[in-house]
Design a protein around this ligand. Structure first.
Ligand SMILES: Nc1ncnc2c1ncn2[C@@H]1O[C@H](COP(=O)(O)OP(=O)(O)OP(=O)(O)O)[C@@H](O)[C@H]1O
Ligand SMILES: C[C@@](O)(CCOP(=O)(O)OP(=O)(O)O)CC(=O)O
Length: 415
């Protein structure tokens, strides 16, 4: 029984939030964008995907389990990623386990893949970005592919455009590229996560009953119908990309915030310019924008940047811990939890910001004062589902501790 071995690799990959948005493709199959984009990678301690990939001569087909449930791999995007990565597989030799896989064997061998998102899937928190980045990164390691993370990003891009930016930590640029086969449409790191580590990120997960238009369909409609998108892609984004890279390199928060907020607002304007118009933000999103705008204007220099993807959730980037603690107080004033919610589950992730804001229990939330810069003194209980406190984080890593694997090392089936 020589051929019963299972070889496995487990990796962990972060999600990311764009501060200059990707919206619109020039090639739907290869997922080539109409403009460059820039993102911040979020700390994988708070939001991440873990994926275990396994190969064994005993597997008779490729299979995948997402969050414990078997899902189909037949979709074009999964198939593109699998095909591209198989084409780059190299020889693997593990003398200890008596495993030898020749380059050509990878065409015949089947894979088992198990993945887990430590945050809600398909809830507007970019699970597809972390998910496809983790799939490609872990398979590349399993197959001993020699490509660097930028080259791997061009494969992850074919799973979901924004996934290419999750191959790096810190601040990342996806260059749209020029060539037809997409080989130069890839991600590069602008600065690592240590470069600007006093930024604090607070995500408001906004309650939403409606299922929004998916990014894929939304951007297809925009490309087909919006003149504003053409102006954005040709005239606006190229200049913003240069300015944003400068702002990041110089840790210039005022410019960073101005560009981030303007770009989010222009992305949503382009959605409104689509036929039929797409509404991703809701009343709560607008209230959060007002709160930040009023506060920023009342200060000498901006304290917080906001950005919204294809949904109502707000991603708020605070200049430093002090600004984050003040922001937390304002947010909890306007959006207190429902009476039966525990404050510690209402604010997930890095809870030290809550402590800095002087909030330990519900009575501290109840006694918060309305922000002095605003006339709106109403409270909107229950309009936010919960908050996540996080920061810029690192890129993909391999998890060598076998206990972290999601597949059983003997059977290659989910644990
Ligand atoms: N861990 C994962 N591994 C592989 N694929 C994943 C993983 N998580 C999510 N996906 C893929 O991404 C799809 C969800 O993507 P979708 O764009 O609907 O949601 P999202 O990325 O969470 O939210 P949004 O794009 O609005 O921010 C899943 O159906 C699955 O195909
Ligand atoms: C608004 C965005 O989040 C759009 C992301 O779109 P996706 O990467 O989810 O779309 P597909 O490439 O079709 O999978 C902006 C961004 O992340 O840059």
């Amino acid at each position: 029984m020589a051929d019963t071995w299972v070889r496995m690799v487990t990796a962990q990959t972060p999600t990311n939030i764009a501060v200059i948005k990707y919206w619109g493709k020039r090639d739907e199959t290869l997922i080539l964008p109409v403009n460059d984009s820039i993102s911040v990678t979020l700390d994988p301690n708070d939001l991440c995907t873990t994926t275990t990939v396994a190969v064994s001569p005993t597997f008779d087909q490729d299979r995948m389990w997402l969050n414990g449930k078997e899902i189909s791999l037949s979709g074009g995007r999964f198939q593109s990623c699998l095909k591209e990565i198989r084409a780059r597989a190299c020889e693997v030799e593990d003398e200890e386990k008596a495993i030898k896989i020749a380059k050509k064997d990878w065409e015949k061998l089947h894979l088992h893949i198990a993945s887990y998102n430590n945050f809600p899937t398909a809830a507007g928190l970019a699970s597809s970005a972390a998910g496809f980045a983790c799939l490609v990164f872990s398979l590349a390691k399993l197959m001993n592919a020699k490509e660097d993370n930028s080259e791997l990003s061009a494969i992850a891009r074919q799973g979901s455009g924004s996934a290419c930016r999750s191959l790096f930590g810190g601040f990342v640029k996806w260059t749209m590229g020029k060539v037809d086969n997409g080989s130069d449409s890839l991600a590069i790191q602008v600065a690592d996560e240590k470069h600007w580590d006093d930024l604090v990120i607070i995500i408001a997960v906004v309650s939403s009953r409606m299922k929004e238009t998916s990014s894929t369909t939304g951007m297809r409609d925009t490309v087909e119908t919006s003149l504003l998108l053409q102006h954005r892609a040709k005239e606006v984004v190229p200049k913003r990309i240069v300015e944003m890279e400068e702002a990041i390199k110089n840790r210039d928060f005022a410019s960073f915030a101005r560009l981030t907020c303007s770009d989010s607002n222009q992305f949503h304007a382009v959605c409104l310019d689509t036929q039929p118009p797409i509404f991703y933000m809701n009343d709560t999103s607008h209230k959060i924008i007002n709160c930040v705008e009023k506060w920023n204007r009342s200060e000498e220099t901006p304290q917080v940047a906001y950005t919204f993807d294809a949904g109502p959730n707000a991603v708020l980037i605070a200049h430093n811990r002090k600004a984050a603690a003040q922001l937390m107080q304002k947010l909890l004033y306007y959006f207190p939890p429902n009476s039966d919610t525990d404050i510690n589950s209402y604010v997930a992730g890095d809870k030290t910001i809550l402590k800095d804001a002087g909030i330990e229990e519900m009575k501290d939330v109840e006694s918060l004062q309305p922000p002095p810069e605003s006339k709106d003194t109403s409270r909107y209980k229950g309009d936010v589902s919960y908050f996540i406190c996080t920061r810029p984080g690192r890129g993909p890593v391999l998890l060598v501790d076998e206990s972290k694997a999601l597949l059983d090392p003997k059977t290659g089936l989910p644990k």
